[in-house]
Design a protein. Sequence first.
Length: 265
Amino acid sequence: MPRFKGHVSHRASIRWLPDPASEPTSTLVLTSSSGWFIDVRILSSRETPPPSLEVDDDELLRPSTDEKSREISVERIDWAFSGSSKSTPGGENKPRHSEWTHWVDSKTLYHEPPIVDAGDMYPVSKTRDLEKGSMPNPATGIDTEYEEIWDDMPIDVPEKSATCSTFLTEDAEKEMKGCIMKLGSWCQGVLRVGKEISAERWKFVIEEKSWFLVARVGEKSIGCEIAFGDDQSLEVGKTIEAEGREWTVKEVDWSIKSRELEHSD
């Protein structure tokens, strides 16, 4: 059985040069071995963003049994998107270079060209990377150099579950695209229907042997629950209906996760 090469990443901070670093969001990214990813960034309710936000201090990583309390206004979506990624390995004198092509995005409509963003990844430690690049600063609209700190999180796979499974939906007539990805004990979904955008984040609690909602942003329920069933029955290309939409299994990965966190090149 091959080793799983994907990862779960949490952003600790972003810095728009020359300003100091801060973390105004709860940002979690799931990436499969194939490079497919889902990135959900939800604005914090804190009045003043901290200079850095560690995993244990991120309230939007904590599951709740009260789903109503986890329903969040769509205005708090900072960015939510999913698509494909690729990386060029680094060397002694150059960093790893990564590119992300957004298939569905909270910032672009169905018929608009996809956003492609890129960054150079500098290892800080075995589980922490510094990403450097440039993109439009949302506060100014001006292309600005940035620095982001990313932490790899442990991948805990529920019993009898695939390490990763991904589902896609698309309907050109409805101008709809959506992605649901379950990776280890995390699941996220992004759905765009016309001008409406929705995002969800779920967490599997081992002690309870159940999935709990962490955050739901937007008015539409995405249907992430399709990822919580029997993975043994999943096959690439199989279709599943949820919330009136047809989802297609893009990938199901039973690779063994590494016992130690490693950078995926």
